[in-house]
Design a protein around this ligand. Structure first.
Ligand SMILES: [Zn+2]
Length: 723
């Protein structure tokens, strides 16, 4: 007994020690950047010099560093980005003109005066390996520099340029940047539209040279007092700009083009921004921006300067933007930790993805969304300063850790400011409807960004994950949950927490074993409330209601004709235009006026979604009946012959290697049971003529095994089958 207890205590204490040791073992690299860059707004190019000091805090000796050179994602239509855009049905980049594409070149990596060799990545032209001339030992630093030239693409995704004369700039993912090296090794990754980032923390000292009349919003603190003063003079709509309220209904596709064209100043200015402890640096430049600012006083008394930059034609939508920034900053400062930087900016700029995109201290929001949605997105993107900029998880691998957690706090924000009404959540749920239990494909919350289908990325990583956190809150009770989240945020700020770190932190705070709840992250389906009963909607009603709560049944009048059946009148009843459903049917009964019989077509199938190799099992049943012969028998009565066909089938659809893939392989067994009624001709003695008579129905059957491959991608879709 005592021995057992002693053993138990030894095990417990050794667990505790190894746990503490694991905490101490945590390390991350540190990068100090100094970048001088100038913008050429005629050529839409950047020319710069990057100097960085890379500190190896890992226990490993490094012989090379992977660099992301992401402007190359826009170089041609064979990049990982291009392929993903196509897969997600976005063809604008694929069909773009050469002038709209982008790239980075003139790279010449050096350490001191020693030139460093570069090696291409085997798959991605926007990733390059820089070989160190001598190994970088643990605890040592290395200076690395390179010039760079960037041709900015038209903004198809998050960065580039657009607007009047193409002179509205969104400069993101623009400089050569080392990939993260952590306990799991290197994380080189191509730039993607769907799937975000993972970057080292560091300090930035960035000097930007551009024509004097550009207004710039950027990560970091602006060091030029003269410029700060100038920004404060831009708080009103310029007189010469007509306040033309422009509602751009389709901001995602067609960026606003009516911005006043202002000629660029021939004089240049150089703006310097500095910042410690950030994972990225982005800047936005536009000559039209109105600039407003407000001071936010944090609970500790520290003042944060909040800026909003927007184009005059969207002034109405942006009128309350600073209030929203302030509320969002104060809310998360109370719930998690105080906003750690001294400046925060929100910027009106159209970009390929649309909506909002967060960068440390500066957030990009597309206009034309309407005020309500703009306010929601401001709150969400400002929130990313906690879940991503400071709690800097690997978003590409674990998108739920930033999007899901951030969405959860957006729900909480809503509750707090709307007396418990969850406008934001309801609105989001409407935008990204929950798949009914029967509607595939489900994917686990813990799925890498690029592995999600486009819709699931939003649904699973954002809202399913937020729902999972709500369930955890319910399980632990709000006070315990809130303090555990606060503990996690404080312990992991300015670090790279992974899912295990999050779990361990919550378990330590609450003293509970949360394995069961965390296992749900890997479940495809999480059973929540039973889904509301479906409404049946008939007719051509494709309204704006949540498509998962409606069964669409369409009834259309259908005429038909063939010589044997004559004119046929009937209807087509089907549910083929609604969301993909388990049970699909198409029934078209037709009354034939000549043969005076009911003909028609029916096709019914039912799909079971499975896990494993077989994705779907679809048994089906087809029916058709038509006449092909018509005549008058010996009694002058009209008779007809023809066929009746029954086709039972079963189709197995195989899972493609990635759920987000567009190609599909299937195997189908189909039996055609065909009954034919022909005519036999008999001699009528009274007039010596031959008259047709219906012969008995004769059945035959044909079996068919078919294998098919189809690709539903937007470019060159194809389908082929072998039978
Ligand atoms: Zn987000």
């Amino acid at each position: 007994m005592q021995v057992t207890r002693l053993l138990f205590m030894v095990i417990l204490s050794s667990l505790y020690i190894s746990d503490a040791a694991a905490q101490e073992e945590y390390w991350q690299q540190d990068v100090q950047y100094k970048i001088d860059v100038s913008l050429n707004d005629v050529e839409h190019t950047l020319d710069g010099v990057l100097q960085m000091n890379y500190r190896n805090n890992s226990p490993d000796t490094l012989t090379f560093i992977w660099f992301h050179i992401w402007p190359n994602a826009f170089r041609n239509d064979k990049t990982a980005l291009s392929e993903q855009l196509i897969r997600n049905g976005k063809t604008a980049f694929y069909f773009s003109k050469p002038a709209q594409k982008g790239y980075i070149n003139k790279l010449d990596f050096k350490s001191g005066n020693v030139s460093l060799e570069m090696e291409d990545h085997p798959s991605f032209i926007d990733v390059v390996k820089v070989i160190l001339h001598e190994p970088l030992l643990p605890g040592k630093e290395r200076n690395i520099s390179t010039p760079f030239h960037v041709k900015l693409p038209y903004n198809f995704s998050r960065g580039g340029h657009n607007g009047a004369a193409g002179q509205s700039y969104q400069i993101t993912q623009w400089f050569p940047k080392p990939a993260v090296y952590d306990k799991n090794g290197w994380h080189p990754m191509p730039y993607l539209d769907q799937g975000e980032f993972y970057s080292e923390f560091g300090s930035y000292d960035v000097s930007i040279t551009l024509p004097k009349n550009y207004v710039v919003a950027a990560t970091g603190e602006l060091q030029n007092q003269e410029e700060i003063d100038w920004l404060s003079t831009r708080s009103t709509t310029p007189k010469k700009t007509k306040l033309k309220t422009q509602k751009n209904k389709n901001a995602f596709l067609a960026p606003a083009k009516k911005t006043e064209e202002i000629r660029s100043d021939t004089q240049l200015k150089t703006l310097r921004y500095t910042q410690d402890s950030v994972v990225d640096f982005a800047f936005f430049a536009d000559k039209n921006f109105i600039v407003r600012s407000v001071d936010i006083s944090l609970p500790s008394g520290r003042i944060v300067k909040a800026y909003s930059f927007y184009r005059p034609q969207f002034a109405d939508d942006w009128a309350e933007s600073l209030k929203q920034v302030k509320d969002a900053v104060l809310f998360r400062s109370t719930m998690l930790f105080e906003y750690p930087y001294n400046v925060i900016s929100v910027v009106d700029a159209d970009f390929g993805i649309g909506g909002g995109m967060e960068y440390p201290m500066v957030t990009n929001l597309s206009s034309g969304l309407g005020k309500q949605q703009l306010m929601e997105i401001i709150e969400h993107e400002v929130g990313h300063n906690w879940f991503q900029a400071v709690l800097a998880s690997n978003e590409r691998m674990h998108p739920w850790m930033d999007e899901g957690m951030n969405s959860y706090y957006s729900y909480r924000f809503e509750q707090r400011f709307t007396e418990g009404k969850n406008v934001y959540r309801d609105h989001r749920a409407g935008l990204f409807p929950e798949y009914g239990q029967h509607q595939g494909p489900y994917q686990p919350i813990a799925t890498a960004a690029d592995e999600f289908s486009a819709q699931n990325y939003y649904y699973m990583a954002y809202h399913k994950a937020a729902g999972w956190l709500e369930a955890l809150e319910t399980k632990l009770g709000r006070p315990a949950f809130d303090s555990a989240m606060k503990r996690y945020a404080l312990d992991w700020k300015f670090r790279h927490p992974g899912p295990d770190d999050f779990k361990k932190s919550l378990e330590q705070s609450t003293g509970k074993d949360l394995a069961e709840h965390f296992n749900l992250l890997n479940e495809k389906k999480i059973t929540t409330d039973p889904s509301p009963k479906k409404k049946i909607v008939s007719g051509l009603n494709l309204g704006s209601e949540r498509p998962d709560s409606i069964d669409y049944i369409h009834v259309l009048p259908v005429p038909g004709y063939n010589t044997a059946d004559g004119l046929m009148i009937g209807a087509a009843i089907h549910n083929y235009t609604g969301p993909v459903d388990r049970f699909r049917f198409f029934i078209s009964p037709l009354y034939a006026t000549r043969s005076k019989q009911f003909n028609g077509i029916a096709d019914l199938n039912y799909t079971w979604y499975k896990s494993g190799l077989i994705k779907k099992i679809t048994p089906g049943f087809g029916f058709s009946r038509f006449s092909s012969l018509s005549g008058k028998d010996s009694n002058d009565a009209r008779i007809s012959g023809g066929f009746i066909k029954f086709t039972p089938s079963v189709k197995l659809t195989f899972r493609s290697p990635t759920l987000s893939g567009t190609s599909e392989r299937w195997l189908e067994w189909k039996t055609y049971i065909i009954g034919e009624t022909g005519f036999s001709y008999n001699l009528k003695a009274s007039d010596g003529n031959y008259y047709p008579a219906k012969s008995a129905i004769q059945y035959r059957y044909i079996n068919q095994l078919a294998f098919g491959i189809s690709d539903f991608r937007v470019l060159y879709p194809y389908a082929a089958s072998l039978q």
